[in-house]
Design a protein around this ligand. Structure first.
Ligand SMILES: C[S@@+](CC[C@H](N)C(=O)[O-])C[C@H]1O[C@@H](n2cnc3c(N)ncnc32)[C@H](O)[C@@H]1O
Length: 219
């Protein structure tokens, strides 16, 4: 199936609300657990989260690793309002800095992060290469890279089946976006070709029935 693009930012307030209200606990905690298992030595330092959405992953990360500081970036003001509320309610404003900005081209110092994470952002981008170049630019020497996203099924029917299996009872808006995301996502082969151009030492592999993970360390 050919890739079908979706808009990059989730700017519609109703769309942002449906996403912020959805229960991603299993996937998001899995993200954090896998990150910790892969980089057990990282207990302090600075982490950059690209496309943080309502900040559930940064909140889980700083709760699990008490020495981390996170800069969490999203280009959608509507989504970031949910992130701000969640971070404030969690009492974590001193450890999670929220930034409303579009990737790439972030006004952040080069080579300044010990780890760069991202979940479900790459499929929003028409051109993936500036994303990987941004990872390369902002990660410090030896920085950990941990990027997860959906992979594209073979057909729209396959995508529909995934939505009905994983999100049967969710808000119709969320189901619509989930379906569009699956159609817009990259296959593992496509991600590997992207990495070959910019970050050839990083690995991409399938980690669930619908996700791939890119992980490794920058030189
Ligand atoms: C599917 S959500 C994922 C949110 C979060 N990472 C999570 O796992 O719950 C994708 C987020 O990326 C943001 N986004 C999309 N394109 C972006 C870009 N070019 N720059 C910054 N944020 C972007 C959207 O606004 C949205 O909040």
């Amino acid at each position: 199936m050919e890739r079908v693009l979706e808009p990059d930012l989730m700017e519609d307030p109703a769309q942002a609300l449906a996403y912020a209200r959805a229960d991603f606990a299993e996937v998001n905690q899995g993200f954090v657990d896998r990150f910790r298992a892969m980089f057990p030595e990282l207990s302090t330092g600075s982490v950059l989260d690209l496309g943080c959405g309502p900040a559930d992953i940064p909140i889980r990360l700083v709760r699990a690793l008490l020495g981390l500081q996170i800069t969490a970036v999203d280009g959608s003001a509507a989504m970031l309002a949910h992130a701000r509320k969640a971070v404030t309610e969690a009492g974590l404003t001193d450890r999670i800095r929220l930034l409303c900005a579009r990737v790439p081209g972030l006004a952040l110092p080069p080579r300044s992060f010990d780890a760069i994470v991202s979940n479900s952002l790459l499929h929003h981008l028409e051109d993936p290469h500036p994303f990987w170049q941004e990872v390369q630019r902002l990660g410090g020497p030896g920085a950990r890279v941990f990027v997860m996203d959906l992979f594209r099924p073979d057909s729209p029917e396959g995508a529909r089946e995934i939505v009905e299996t994983a999100a049967a009872n969710e808000d119709p808006l969320l189901k619509r976006d989930f379906f569009s995301s699956l159609l817009a996502s990259w296959t593992v082969a496509e991600v590997r070709s992207q990495l070959a151009l910019t970050l050839p030492h990083l690995d991409c592999r399938v980690v669930s029935e619908r996700h791939w993970l890119v992980s490794g360390r920058l030189p």
